[in-house]
Design a binder for this molecule. Sequence first.
Ligand code: PHE
Ligand code: ZN
Length: 885
Amino acid sequence: MKDEKMTTDGAPRIRLSDYRPPNHLVDAVELDIRLEPERTQVRSRLSLRPNPERPGDAPLVLDGEDLEILAIMLDGIPLARSEFVVSDRGLTIAAVPDRPFTLETTVLIDPSANTRLMGLYRSNGVYCTQCEAEGFRRITFFPDRPDVLSVYTTRIEARKSDAPVLLGNGNRSSAGDVPGTDRHFAIWHDPFPKPSYLFALVGGDLGRIVDGFTTQSGRQVRLGIYVEKGKEDRARYAMDALKRSMRWDEEVFGREYDLDVFNIVAVSDFNMGAMENKGLNIFNDRYVLASAETATDHDFASVEAVIAHEYFHNWTGNRITCRDWFQLCLKEGLTVFRDQEFTSDMRSRAVKRIQDVRLLRSHQFVEDSGPLAHPVRPETYREINNFYTATVYEKGAEVIRMLKALLGPDAFARGMNLYFKEHDGRAATVEDFLACFEKASRRDLTQFKLWYSQAGTPELAASVDQRAAEGTLEITFEQSVPATPGQPKKEPMVLPIAMGLVGEDGRDMLPEVKCEPALKNGVFELDRQRATIRFSGLKERAVPSLLRGFSAPVRLVSNLGSDDMLRLGALDSDPFNRWQALHAVMMKVLLDHQSGRSPEGSPTTADLVAALAQVGADEALDPAFRALVLSPPGDTDLTREVGHDVDPDAVHHAVEWLRELLGRQLGSTLEDIYRRHASNEPYSPDATSAAHRALRNAVLSLLVATGGDDATSLAGEHYRRADNMTDRMAGLLALSRLRGPVLDEALEDFYGRFRDDTLVLDKWFTVQAIAPDEDALDRVERLTGHPRFAMSNPNRVRALVGAFASGNPVQFNRKDGRGYAFLADHVLKLDRQNPQLAARLLSSFRSWRVLEPQRRELARRELERVAGMDGLSRDVADIAERSLG
Ligand code: PHE
Ligand code: ZN
């Protein structure tokens, strides 16, 4: 029988309600780290004191993992073996003084053997660290929890030839040679108290670019970006993005940088995107390196967004950190919101919003409706690594966005300022955060807080009743939140519903009608299960435009017909809802096709095609917006709408059918756009130039959906003529749909050009992994044996195995179950090396329950096979068990 509190691997289940302050606080940490590939010595001196909030006789509890102890001294006196207890989780000293004291430990660690990429490890010969969430304990003994804030001084020593560059947190206070040796050292001091997860160091032979930034109060900051030698030029765009981020945070949030140095290091082996270590951000190199030849427009945009995100953490995460890991959204949701706003200001707000909502729906909604659903602030976990999720990040950002919509921009800004003022230098909670907004707005946020605790995507039904003769229009809204694991019953939430009434000529009719109850800034707040809003005095038929800008992360279901949707698509002044309306009609047509009706010649389909032609060809509109309109829903979108007993083949078939239909029926319009948006200018990654490419490439993708020789020659030509990676990839992707010798040639050409460029070669693996043809799995299996494939490089694993599992739904969900078996095999293999990555891959099974019975059974069997394995990591065991639960 299973113990309530313990999981199968014996790890305790951690609960938010069990939070207790730490027994001891650490005021200062002095580290002396001697880097050696296999025997790095870490000496640490902690200045400890009993936490006044805890009972006096509490033992000293330090976390520690994979550390070889050489010495332990308390107040300078070596401890006897009987005075401490070491387990595989850490070190406990029962009898410690009831006053401030010091603890010195010396341990050995092996960075070369560290394949989990947590703690200190080597990537391509570069020493680097990753400490969030619980990696610092793999470097030294420490109370490795975010509510212990300390001032760090770090001495790093290494052989000069091995690591000419030595970087740490904060400012460098001294550096020099170690006399009589081939070694040197650097001492870094970080004056800002920080939790251990923000500790970082880097040592290696790296190239760099430097620049400077003067803050609004006149502080001169030296900026450095460190990359693999020879790739310095590819870091220029990141540097530019960094400076723009710094300026923007001053202008929009009033936040200034606080040290004399800000460094970024790009490494090639990294489990996540990037990490906000104080003054020393460490990045997956895919979010730093970008050039016209090697990066797509999308890559450039990601670099900009991730650089900004990590930089913004300096205030939302570092200066104010999290009390415990349940509060993860406090830094992540808020920081994603901030980086979204930054991108909106740098590029197109409307386009950014549409992209973010697409991502939210395809990742977060899917997560929220499956077995891995959890609240934005979870209340229990077994492995925190498994909670860096779309829900914490993306839904967490939506919650902040709603807060702003409900309070208005001024009260929101006052709340933010209060938060920065009252919690600077502290570890805070979601309650602390919300209290600032309650104070600033004098509004009770009790009900709003349900967004943090209730999982599941609310469904919002809107029933519109218009009486043209009487000039009235009523909308009855009804919300329901579905049951999720551990949460069978839900309370009604508060939903901000931004709305408008669109007249025949597209004008906003709100100002000319009467509304009961009155809207606040065009927003209706639904705070009960059901409510009705009533408009009167309408002089003509209006079409309500609901949930403008996607003002709440819900599934909206309304009784508006396709004609009304197409009016919105053509005329709505809210660009998000224009896009949304056109996509809703595409979705309707897809669902009809899926369920066996034949929408091919229906009036709706004809009207849809006409509407798309009109928007697509409208040169007054942003080409990036038009590109999004011309990108029909994909397999994942349709799967989500179908919702149960999904047949991935039928879904895929419907999606392909619509693309082909659009390619055929919009043919001449598309060809015209394709010609008109060709560029003779040299490549520039700016949003305006990128928008033209995005439109042209969206058009290409529809044109080639018609298949045949014309399509192949168009795609082949597109590939050959490309003078930048965006167009090259668009050509290659188009060819990969068509198959044949032209594709083989292009793949060979691509490989020849980029075989030695790891990041670019990832794209070559991915194109082959996501092409939906029957041979995909055989090809992917073959590629796992390719000399350039490596299980030790997370980007590579994601580019091939991950891309197949999450980017090729029709072949991953093969009817014979081979896709599932392939993934399970790789998860098990990877688990011994890198559990965090293995667990992420396994979460590709997160929507297995929506499949039709035969596949559902096959997927269940593979999940059970994984779950039943001996010696699983906590990471994988947790995902497997929750997926089955
Ligand atoms: N805190 C990082 C971010 O979102 C993500 C991260 C988590 C990186 C855990 C590494 C490990 O910016
Ligand atoms: Zn983050």
